[in-house]
Ligand binder design. Structure first.
Ligand SMILES: [Zn+2]
Length: 315
């Protein structure tokens, strides 16, 4: 199948093993962190990230894909330290999340799309943030506000970079507003092979008609927010995955939590109360037994935690 770039260098697809396709070592506001670093305890954040990764590894996970990009505090230094301490195979990306899923900074606003493409290609070919760690894929985000002018620029820059470098794309989506279909419209216009696209957060809905319509367009879909019951409770996430397996789509889904070892969007104690199941072990402890009980085979769940992610990651 080929090789993929990780924090510790290129790894053969055959060595990726059990993989969580969408987790974060950290999510935080870059603007707040840069201006008020005293609000953050970097050593404590690193320790919590190490513990989160170790929990996943205790369930046999060998590889974690972390789609942190611009606006999510992507930090290659943190990634390198966590990799060194845990031995996890960590896959990083390049791209832009977009402030409030709407805006890009003036730097990119007032330059042509090639400025963004150049930045992305740099991360893929030269390395991220002054290191030799290379981005393995592209990330963009379309949420409830839709494909604004700025978001459109990011999507098309990701598409152009993908065409230049052969790297796949992950798009954050808001299935409640059927954004996955609009995202596919843009990538179709740009001539992107749909199997190089993963529509993240598709598992936030149990609208099977929407998901079927999206799958017909050819992307992989992320059932990747297990434990985030505030968007959709686990039982409904499971029922959706089971129904899609019954309809023959076990080879198009990825399973993950979108867990953030630390996230500054809310006070920490509030997160623990809001989403107690939101951690990198939840799928193994609670989801897989329920899926298997309902007749989903181990081979199918392992594909969703392995081969499906790998086939998207290494087109
Ligand atoms: Zn995420």
């Amino acid at each position: 199948m080929g090789e993929v770039e990780t924090v510790s260098g290129r790894i053969d697809a055959a060595d990726l093993g059990r993989t969580l396709g969408h987790e974060h070592l950290r999510s935080s506001s870059e603007t707040v962190r840069f201006n008020f670093p005293h609000l953050y305890d970097e050593a404590e954040e690193e320790q919590i990230a190490v513990e989160a990764v170790e929990k996943a590894m205790s369930h046999g996970v060998k590889t974690i894909v972390d789609p942190a990009c611009m606006d999510l505090s992507r930090d290659v230094g943190l990634a390198q330290r966590v990799v060194e301490k845990t031995g996890i195979q960590l896959v990083m990306c390049t791209g832009i999340y977009g402030s409030h899923y709407t805006f890009i900074p003036h730097y990119f606003e007032n330059r042509g799309p090639e400025a963004m493409v150049d930045a992305f290609v740099h991360d893929i070919e030269q390395g991220i943030q002054g290191t030799e760690v290379k981005a393995a894929f592209l990330k963009c985000a379309v949420d409830e506000p839709g494909i604004t002018e700025h978001v459109d620029k990011v999507l098309r820059a990701c598409a152009e970079t993908s065409k230049q470098t052969g790297r796949p794309i992950m798009a954050h989506s808001h299935p409640g507003t059927r954004r996955g279909l609009e995202i596919m419209d843009v990538f179709d216009e740009e001539g992107i092979d749909p199997s190089m696209v993963q529509i993240a957060h598709t598992g936030d809905t149990d609208d099977l008609d929407y998901i079927e319509e999206l799958l017909q367009r050819g992307p992989f879909i992320g059932m990747d927010r297990y434990g985030l019951d505030i968007y959709l409770p686990t039982a409904q996430r499971n029922a959706t995955v089971i129904a899609l397996v019954e309809r023959g789509h076990a080879d198009r889904m990825t399973l993950s939590h979108d867990a953030c070892a630390t996230i500054d969007w809310f006070p920490r104690e509030m997160i623990g109360q809001m989403v107690p199941d939101w951690h990198m072990g939840f799928i193994f402890e609670s989801v897989l037994p329920a899926l298997h009980e309902a007749g989903v085979t181990e081979e199918q769940t392992e594909a969703m935690l392995g081969d499906n992610v790998h086939r998207w990651l290494i087109p």
